[in-house]
Structure formats: C-alpha cells, structure tokens
Design a protein around this ligand. Sequence first.
Ligand code: NAG
Ligand code: NAG
Ligand code: NAG
Ligand code: NAG
Ligand code: NAG
Ligand code: NAG
Ligand code: NAG
Ligand code: NAG
Ligand code: NAG
Ligand code: NAG
Ligand code: NAG
Length: 616
Amino acid sequence: MMNRQGSISIGVLLFLLSWRMCASDDRLVLGKALSPGTTLVSDGGAFTMGFFSPSDSNNSSLYLGIWYSSLPKLTVVWVADQSSPITDHPSSSLASTLSLNNDSNLVLSDATGRVLWTTNITVGAPASPSSVLSSSVAVLLNTGNLVIRSREGTTLWQSFDHPGNAFLPGMKLGMNYRTHSGARIVSWKSASDPLLGSFAFGADPARPLQMIIWNGSRVYWRSSPWTGYMVDSNYQKGGGESAIYTAVVNTDEEIYASFTLSDGAPPMQYLMSYSGDVELQSWSNDSSKWVTFAKYPPRECSTFNYCGAFGYCDSSSTDAASSTCRCIEGFEPTSGAEWSNGNFSQGCRRKEPVRCADGFVGLPGMKMPDGYTFVPNRSFEECATGCIRDCSCVAYAYANLSSSAKKDSTRCLVWSGELIDMEKVAGSWGDFGETLYLRLAGAGRGPKTSAVKYALPTHMRHSTAILQGLFGCKELAVKRLSIGSKQGIVEFRNEVLLIAKLQHRNLVRLVGCCMERDEKLLMYEYLPNKSLDATLFNNTRKSVLDWTLRFKIVKGISRGLLYLHQDSRLTIIHRDLKASNILLDSEMNPKISDFGMARIFGDNQEQANTKQVVGT
Ligand SMILES: *[C@@H]1O[C@H](CO)[C@@H](O)[C@H](O)[C@H]1NC(C)=O
Ligand SMILES: *[C@@H]1O[C@H](CO)[C@@H](O)[C@H](O)[C@H]1NC(C)=O
Ligand SMILES: *[C@@H]1O[C@H](CO)[C@@H](O)[C@H](O)[C@H]1NC(C)=O
Ligand SMILES: *[C@@H]1O[C@H](CO)[C@@H](O)[C@H](O)[C@H]1NC(C)=O
Ligand SMILES: *[C@@H]1O[C@H](CO)[C@@H](O)[C@H](O)[C@H]1NC(C)=O
Ligand SMILES: *[C@@H]1O[C@H](CO)[C@@H](O)[C@H](O)[C@H]1NC(C)=O
Ligand SMILES: *[C@@H]1O[C@H](CO)[C@@H](O)[C@H](O)[C@H]1NC(C)=O
Ligand SMILES: *[C@@H]1O[C@H](CO)[C@@H](O)[C@H](O)[C@H]1NC(C)=O
Ligand SMILES: *[C@@H]1O[C@H](CO)[C@@H](O)[C@H](O)[C@H]1NC(C)=O
Ligand SMILES: *[C@@H]1O[C@H](CO)[C@@H](O)[C@H](O)[C@H]1NC(C)=O
Ligand SMILES: CC(=O)N[C@H]1CO[C@H](CO)[C@@H](O)[C@@H]1O
C-alpha cells in the first residue's frame, strides 16, 4: 500500500514538473530573458530557438535563430540578427540577451547593451505598469513560428511574416492587393554564413499571379502566372510515401501560396539557397541529410530571358540535358551564327512582317511570357476580340481562375511588344503549360483551338477545385452531399486530401471536389457501366452477369477491401458496402466508391467502438 502510494505521488510530481517546464519553456514574458546557453522549445518539441554559431566558421559571431529540434544536422530556418550579428567575446562575463519589453517588442542586445535587432512594432506606449500591453507574451509555436501575442490573444507580430531562408508548412508567401506587400524568403550569404544573401523569392508586386526569384534587384527566374488550380501535389518517393500539397488562395484581399504535408511525412521545406535555386527539400532519415527533389529554375535555359525575345526554352523532351533554346513558330534566330554558338541573347525575329489583318495561331504547352497586361472581367471571346481589334496586341492567353474566391475570376492576359522568358513544358507535375495565341503572318482569323483545359460546370465557378494535374477534357461523375451535412469545410477538405492519396485499381478515383457555401460536391472518374445494383437487380440485365464475370467482380471487391483494411497507409473500414456503392468500368472491373465517408483508423488500431448503427 505504502509503495503504491509512494510511486503514485512521485509520478504526479514528475508530471507536474515536466508540465511546468513545458509550459514555461516555449515562451518569453516580461522580465524573463533568453541568453546564450538557454533555449525556448516549442510545445510539441519540433522547433528550438536560441543562440548559435554557424558550424564551420572560426568566427566568433553569434546569431539568434530557430532550428529543427530533432535533426542531427543543425538546420536553422530563421535568424533574427542577419544584418548585424553578435560578436560577444566568449570569455566575457556579460552576455547578449533577447527580452520582451513592456512595449511588446522583442529586443536583442549584445553584452554592451547595443540593440542589434528588434521587432519594431508600435502598439502605443503603455499607460501603467499593470496595463494590458505589459502582459504580452512571445511564444515559439510548434510550426516554427515565433509569435508575439497581446493579453487578448491578438497576434501583434510573427516571424512567419518576416521569414528567413525557409518556406515552411503553414507559412504564406504572396502579396496583399491593397498594400502591395508580402513575405519573401531570403538566402544566406553562404551555407554557413547567415548574413543576408542576394537572392529572394516571393510574389511579383507588379504581376502577383507569378512568383519571382530575384538576384539583388534583377529577376533570376519567374514562374508562369497562376492558372487557377487550388491544390497541387508533389510526391516524394522512397523512405515511405510522403506528399506535399501546395495550395494557392486568391481573394479580393490577397493572393498567397502555402503548403501542408501528409501525415507522418519527414520535415520538408522550400529553401532559398545561397546559390540562387529555390529547392524543395525533404529530410531523409536513411542518409541523415536533406534531399532536394525539385528545384527552380529547373534547368539552365529556364532562367529569366535566357533565350531572348521570341525565343523559348524547349524542355518538352524527357531528357533534361537536351533542353535548349528555340524560336517560336514563324520566327528565326536574329543572328544565326551567335545562336548556333549557344549565345541566345539576341533572340528571334519574324520571318515575315505581320499585319493587323493577320490571324492568330495557338501555341500549346507554353509557360506564358513576362510583361503581360491583365485585363479584368473578360470572357474568353471578349479577351480574344479585344486583342484581335487592337493592332498593337501581339498575343493573348485566357484562363478561368476556377478556385479563386475573387468576385471576378477571369484571367485575360494580353501582350504588346516583345515576348520574353517563354518555355515549352512537358505535361508533368508542377509544370503548367497553357496555350498562347500569337498574331502571325498568314494565320487564319480567330483561334483554332480552344483554351479550355479543364472546364468545370458553370455552377462550379468561384469554387474550390482540386485538380491533381489532370488536364484534358474528361467525363466525370459528380456526387452531391446532402446540404444538411454537419461536416465543416475544413474537415471536408482534410478528408478529401486523405482520400485523394488512396490509389488502387479497385477503388474509384476521386479527381476533384467543390466547396461553395453549403454545397459540397465530389468529382469521381466516370464509370460507364454504372453501379452493380443496376445490373444485379434488373431482371433484363442480370443475365449478363455470368458466373465468370460474377467471380471477377467478387475478387476485385475483395482486393479493394484488403487495400482499405490493410495495405493502405490510412486503414479504413467502409461501413456501407453494398451493390450500389460498387461501380463498374467499361470492362466490368469493380471499383468501390464512397469509402471516403468511412472511418479512418489509427495505424496500430485494430478495434474500434461505434455508438451509432450506420450504413447497411
Ligand atoms: C579558420 O582558421 C584557420 C586556422 O586558424 C585558418 O587557416 C582558416 O583560413 C580560417 N578559415 C576562415 C574561413 O577564416
Ligand atoms: C566574422 O563574420 C562577420 C560576418 O561575416 C564579419 O563581419 C567579421 O569581420 C568576422 N570576424 C572575424 C574575426 O573574422
Ligand atoms: C522601425 O520602424 C520605423 C517606422 O515604422 C522605421 O522608421 C525605423 O527605421 C525602424 N527601426 C528599425 C531599427 O528597424
Ligand atoms: C517600460 O520600460 C521602460 C524602459 O525599460 C521604462 O523606462 C518604463 O518605465 C517602463 N514602463 C512601464 C509602464 O513599466
Ligand atoms: C547574381 O548577380 C551577381 C551580380 O550581378 C552575379 O555576379 C551572379 O553571377 C548572379 N548569380 C546568378 C546565379 O545569376
Ligand atoms: C526519423 O527518425 C526520427 C528519430 O530517429 C524518428 O522519430 C522519426 O519517426 C523518423 N521519421 C520517419 C519518417 O521515419
Ligand atoms: C552574346 O552576344 C551579345 C550580343 O551580340 C554580346 O554582347 C555578348 O557578349 C555575347 N555573349 C557571350 C557570352 O559571348
Ligand atoms: C463585368 O462585366 C459585366 C458586363 O460584361 C458587368 O455587368 C459587370 O458588372 C462586370 N463586373 C465587374 C466586377 O466589373
Ligand atoms: C471559363 O468558364 C466559362 C463558364 O464559367 C466557360 O464557358 C468557359 O469555356 C471557360 N473558359 C476556359 C478557357 O476555361
Ligand atoms: C433494366 O435495364 C433495362 C436495359 O438496360 C432498362 O431499360 C430498364 O429501365 C432497367 N430497369 C430498371 C428497373 O432499372
Ligand atoms: C455488361 C455491359 O453492360 N457492358 C458494357 C460496359 O460499358 C461498355 C462501354 O460503355 C459497353 O461497351 C459494354 O457493353
């Protein structure tokens, strides 16, 4: 009895102690300072904040930064004093400190009291020592975000608005349409020198639909303007399957990109490297280092304006090494000799002069050139007509920003003058080639091909659609969920993201979804032979189901179930398996549908209780 009580009270004591440490260790309050040797650790343990010296330097500079707690290689994602590092003498008895002032600012000062960095926010002078402002708190969140909160919980400042060289899950990279400001990630000077480098990555203030890597004030690489997809996924194979989902959110207020990782994924980040590449990296447990699995610019001729005016980087071939500059249709190198020597700076010129009466050709699969004018509120026809009638208009392109939450979700782009920084892309993940309509001598009037890449039904405009790289017109089956469903948008979207990750030939493929106010729609691949019940329970049709076919269907359903129960990473029980939920493709292969609304189990969970009787 004594023993038992003794061990219980020790257990409680340990619990209280560790709870107290957690509760205080992730935050700074007025009167508590952080100095070299002490750290803040986020509640959850993912990130640590403290002072560090870059690894391979014999320099005594100290920096205040935030890094991944668990990685064996120190990986710093944010640095406070990037323009003026601490140079305390190591043997000095005084030390530099980070403290939260009574005006709610974080202040980093060195041993002599010199201020090296401050959050520099103005929230008004505190009226009295006991005022509201004096109880602000600076918390290191488990996402790596350092946040200053007022007592009411208002965010006064956060490091995610002032990023370092890493773009992390939960961060927003983009631009506010009103203020024309937005966060950028900025490179270090070298791998071990956290001082500000010359490269930065963020939304283009002049054309916020595109992202730019700057080298100083010069453009080094430019993305194609956003085409309206909401979520793009990137799969990292090897070491388990992990996925990164990059979303673009476009409202009347702002446009930004952000990303999330699949459950159980290792740390992943976009890094603005000191050499100028934006690298999508994933931590590899096996090799204990960061592995880069995508980078921008992807190839040499993708760098900004590499191929000159009217030239494009042809990377449509699968062999990356063979990508090179070419002239667009109807153009030839301005200087044939320089061009064949690999100097593309003079670009291309028209073979034949163009007249206003000439028509347009469609160039498919192109990264759109820079320097466009965005014409708001135009239909495709109005966009084309506007360009055709304006003799100075050289080209146009059109897209529906179908997942945009703006009132006007059209995207009419027109060009006059030279067309620069184009690329012809292969239809792989993350490359969003579009059709560019170019005014050309001898071309017929009016567009020959339609710009429709993926037409959503009219009522789905302004809606959020997940189009996982599926281009070309397709027949879809659309399922409408009951309006009364209590499931919130966030839960619905999470669920859809999970389901989208399941792939098996005996499961119906989810290709998209739509969320608009109370309306929730799911888009599945279209299966021509309908559901099993339409054949099985129809006296005139059931004769087509001979024994061989029935056996094939039963086997297929079983394989699909085995995948859901055991082989998929999600471990799902269907809870409503019936003939009407089995769909049949053109070869009568069965595909289980509706598994998304089923219950998802934990990895090691083998039993679960349910209070409700559901399904069949
Ligand atoms: C670091 O110190 C060593 C020996 O003191 C010296 O040889 C080396 O050049 C130094 N490296 C740098 C980057 O200053
Ligand atoms: C240490 O590095 C900083 C920043 O690179 C530089 O300004 C300073 O001169 C260096 N000090 C020494 C002793 O090398
Ligand atoms: C603080 O912000 C003000 C304006 O908001 C600016 O003038 C000042 O230079 C900033 N100070 C520092 C140290 O960044
Ligand atoms: C805030 O801090 C400053 C400097 O440390 C001090 O002079 C001032 O009295 C403080 N104000 C209040 C209201 O505590
Ligand atoms: C960045 O700009 C500097 C100075 O203009 C130049 O020397 C360097 O080569 C550029 N870097 C890249 C990767 O283009
Ligand atoms: C990687 O290793 C760490 C520490 O050994 C472990 O906690 C983590 O679960 C591993 N992650 C993956 C994805 O294997
Ligand atoms: C390429 O051609 C341009 C213009 O003819 C010239 O100024 C430039 O020096 C050339 N570049 C190289 C690397 O030869
Ligand atoms: C878009 O144009 C239509 C007419 O074509 C007009 O009725 C509508 O008000 C315009 N919308 C906006 C947001 O400008
Ligand atoms: C844009 O959406 C409209 C209907 O909202 C549709 O008629 C048109 O074909 C779409 N255009 C493109 C280029 O997708
Ligand atoms: C049974 O199938 C036939 C032929 O496909 C169809 O015309 C009929 O409407 C079906 N009957 C029922 C009750 O669905
Ligand atoms: C048994 C049956 O109805 N099979 C049909 C499945 O769909 C294909 C393509 O639509 C038809 O050709 C088959 O007759």
